[in-house]
Design a protein around this ligand. Structure first.
Ligand code: COA
Length: 215
């Protein structure tokens, strides 16, 4: 029996997830297919609604649509920015719907990892071993996460970024595209590592760091 899934947020990031759902279905027995019910979004831009239509996916209504969603409906948060995703997640949690874990078949999740509710792994991402991914972590295209790292809830790792082994990324951290975090470092809650940065020492919570070395 297929399982219903709803994407919350129909901006670009949310619409990218449509491709992941379809790619997963292509390699999954039909009984375990995701049935993409559609998008919910409180203020969808006209341009996004047009793109949703082009993808042949339904716009269901505002986020509150989830209140009466059929039992067993899963949700995935379709927002890249960790702060916005966390706010959305707090709202959606009130509806007590499970999060869909979506791992693109062209990504590799190694052995001995733990994966939280609502995790999304885009094509080309690589996770090695003994990595903990918290709830609603998003690993974007072609990023890498090394052994024994912990990525807490709502962390985002953007395309081509490299998180080395034994790192700790606290809740809501954003690692910008092509950035590197060297081994064993901790990035504090809510901090943002700019695109292209190289993190060479721990980053306290709530900071924006950029450059090489990141400051
Ligand atoms: C670092 C970052 C968070 C800063 O955002 P911001 O505070 O809004 O920064 P601004 O755009 O106002 O720029 C402020 C200054 O930082 C510089 N700057 C911005 N991003 C930078 C980066 N990644 N590396 C180095 N310098 C950067 C700007 O040139 C500007 O310099 P100036 O004051 O000398 O003119 C943001 O630029 C960034 O890199 N975000 C990650 C984006 C990403 O990963 N996108 C991929 C999405 S899939």
């Amino acid at each position: 029996m297929s399982v219903d899934v709803v994407i919350v947020g129909c901006g670009g990031h949310g619409r990218e997830i449509v491709g992941i759902v379809r790619a997963v279905n292509e390699v999954t027995p039909v009984q375990r297919h995701w049935r993409l019910r559609g998008f919910v979004d409180d203020r969808p831009a006209e341009s996004n609604l047009k793109q949703v239509q082009r993808l042949d996916v339904e716009y269901l209504g505002p986020v509150s649509w989830l209140r009466d969603a059929p039992a067993g409906t899963h949700v995935v948060l379709g927002v890249g920015d960790p702060r916005v995703r966390r706010d959305l997640g707090d709202r959606v949690d009130a509806y007590r719907l499970p999060g869909a874990v979506l791992v693109h078949p062209a990504a590799t999740l190694g052995v001995g990892n733990t994966v939280g509710d609502g995790v999304v792994v885009f094509a080309g991402a690589r996770v090695t071993t003994n990595v903990r991914l918290g709830r609603h972590v998003h690993l974007n295209q072609n990023c890498t996460v090394g052994h024994d790292s912990v990525l807490a809830d709502y962390v985002s790792v953007n395309p081509l970024a490299a998180v080395s082994g034994n790192c700790v990324l606290e809740p809501g951290v954003l690692i910008g595209t092509t950035a590197a975090v060297l081994q064993g470092l901790r990035v504090g809650a809510g901090s943002v590592v700019g695109a292209g940065a190289c993190v060479v020492r721990d980053v306290p919570a709530g900071l924006v760091v950029k450059g090489v070395p990141a400051r």
